[in-house]
Design a protein around this ligand. Structure first.
Ligand SMILES: Cc1cc2nc3c(=O)[nH]c(=O)nc-3n(C[C@H](O)[C@H](O)[C@H](O)COP(=O)(O)OP(=O)(O)OC[C@H]3O[C@@H](n4cnc5c(N)ncnc54)[C@H](O)[C@@H]3O)c2cc1C
Length: 448
């Protein structure tokens, strides 16, 4: 006999954990099951070693539109509100305030910094301020040490810098979900979902031949979400570039996060230097950009599944050609990153082009490749529009089913992504969504 639930969540990364918390705390559903293939939550891309640990705020992401910046800030504020309720010892594991800035070096980048610092930007981020060489020298001395005095430099200093251990945050979300005693919450680890069957009245999810039924299924399986969607006949116009990212580390040379300027239209951040929430003695530099050609960074057995998320045909080829060859910025980023993957020369070039733009005096002997670190961003390509989809994607099923695909800043957006789905779940299952409680605890809900 199949076990029955109101909602089943497939995948226990930061998104699945936020869904479990939001649905069980702010809707009247009676039972939720979270199925995770590994032995604990958030061991893949939401693990602290896999990503840059940034709570994106929208103020140093020079590639964001003002609308994207507003949504990102709102998503971050929800995370801040959630973590502010935690006991201090738990909160400190999840999130810590840190200095954060975006640094423009040279005429072009300084021009870009100037151009985003508009009235609208200042209205959205009243605490952000432009700083020049003198203040940089004071607050982030290694950014100026050894720099050519003639080089133009300008930064935007944020008043909202935070580093997050999204793995620890996922644990907090699951723990708080379980405090809802009027909801039956089951979390099953080592439970690899092999099949999802959609029906008008309910859906079935299979794990090792066992069947679990639910009135609503939310697929939050990271790089696997598009895989499931395509297996079930959805999203034939979408494919995913599984974008891997490597990191390097050095002894601690920065006081906070220093982002480089990114070009608008590029979906991910340029290389940055960051503190590590799990190790106060190092600075991390990265991520680089590589094509992972698999769904799990350190699991080559996931290549076949990757091929299914691409299903290479003439439309895919035409899209990739347009994206990779049609834009000079994408071409430049790819060319640089191909070099960064080469032995010896790769590290030298990464140091020269990226790291020394941030910390000019850092030597090669101080920079080390971070082995086994860095995850995958499932960057969605719309083959009809022949373009990259910027940010997260939601693929709706026909009946009570959603697939969440979550490249950066997916982890930051966890509670906003979960909010949208929780409202939908409540509507489709005809149960109450506790709007007043939500707004009191996690901030206003804007109608978009
Ligand atoms: C290099 C890099 C830097 C990044 N930096 C940032 C950053 O600074 N800030 C930020 O906000 N975001 C960042 N991101 C993005 C962020 O890491 C992701 O958006 C986020 O972790 C995605 O969470 P998720 O829960 O969707 O996916 P995941 O963390 O991948 O979780 C998916 C879960 O589903 C499980 N699963 C998969 N298939 C199955 C199955 N068949 N059955 C059961 N379970 C299954 C997996 O085991 C996994 O636990 C970065 C990403 C990368 C790669």
């Amino acid at each position: 006999m199949a076990k029955e639930y109101d909602v089943i969540i497939v995948g226990g990364g930061i998104i699945g954990s936020a869904l479990l918390y939001t649905i069980s705390t702010y809707t009247d559903v009676k039972s939720v099951l979270l199925l995770e293939k590994y032995k604990d939550v958030a061991l893949l891309n939401s693990n602290s070693a896999s990503n840059s640990q940034t709570l994106h705020w929208g103020d140093v992401e020079t590639n964001y539109s003002i609308e994207k910046a507003r949504d990102t800030k709102e998503a971050s504020e929800r995370v801040l509100k959630f973590t502010s309720k935690l006991p201090k010892s738990e909160r400190d594991l999840d999130i810590q305030a840190c200095q954060k800035m975006v640094l423009g070096v040279g005429d072009f980048e300084v021009g870009r910094v100037e151009s985003i610092f508009t009235d609208k930007f200042r209205e959205l981020f009243p605490g952000a301020k432009k700083i020049g060489k003198d203040e940089l020298e004071r607050i982030e001395p290694n950014v100026m040490k050894g720099r050519d005095p003639k080089e133009k430099v300008q930064a935007i200093l944020s008043d909202a810098g935070y580093m997050v251990n999204f793995n620890a945050l996922a644990h907090s979300l699951v723990k708080r979900a379980a405090e809802n005693k009027d909801v039956k919450i089951d979390v099953m680890f080592n439970s690899n979902v092999t099949k999802i069957v959609e029906r008008e009245s309910d859906n079935s999810v299979f794990v090792n031949g066992d069947e679990y039924k639910a009135r609503f299924v939310d697929v939050a399986a990271g790089t696997y979400s598009l895989f499931f969607a395509r297996e079930m006949g959805y999203a034939s116009n979408l494919s995913a570039l599984e974008v891997g990212g490597n990191f390097y580390w050095s002894p601690k040379v920065l006081n906070g996060k220093v982002y480089r300027v990114q070009i608008g239209g590029i979906p991910f951040a340029a290389v940055h230097g960051d503190p590590d929430i799990t190790n106060p003695n190092i600075t991390r530099f990265g991520p680089t950009v590589s094509m992972a050609m698999r769904l799990e960074r350190y699991n080559p057995g996931t290549r076949m599944a990757f091929m299914k998320t691409i299903e290479f045909d003439s439309a895919t080829l035409a899209s990739f050609k347009k994206i990779f060859l049609g834009d000079s910025d994408v071409r430049r980023i790819l060319k640089n990153n191909l070099v960064y993957m080469m032995p010896v020369v790769g590290k030298e070039q990464f140091l020269k082009n990226e790291v020394q733009s941030i910390v000019p005096s850092l030597k090669g002997s101080e920079l080390h490749f971070a082995k086994g670190v860095g995850g995958i961003r499932p960057q969605v390509v719309d083959e009809k529009k022949m373009s990259l989809v910027l940010g997260e994607s939601k693929i709706p099923g026909r009946h009570n089913l959603i697939f969440n695909v979550t490249p950066s800043p997916g982890a930051t957006s966890c509670l906003s992504i979960a909010l949208e789905d929780a409202i939908k779940v409540a509507k489709l299952l005809d149960v109450e969504f506790k709007k007043d409680k939500y707004e009191k605890e996690l901030g206003p809900i804007r109608s978009k």
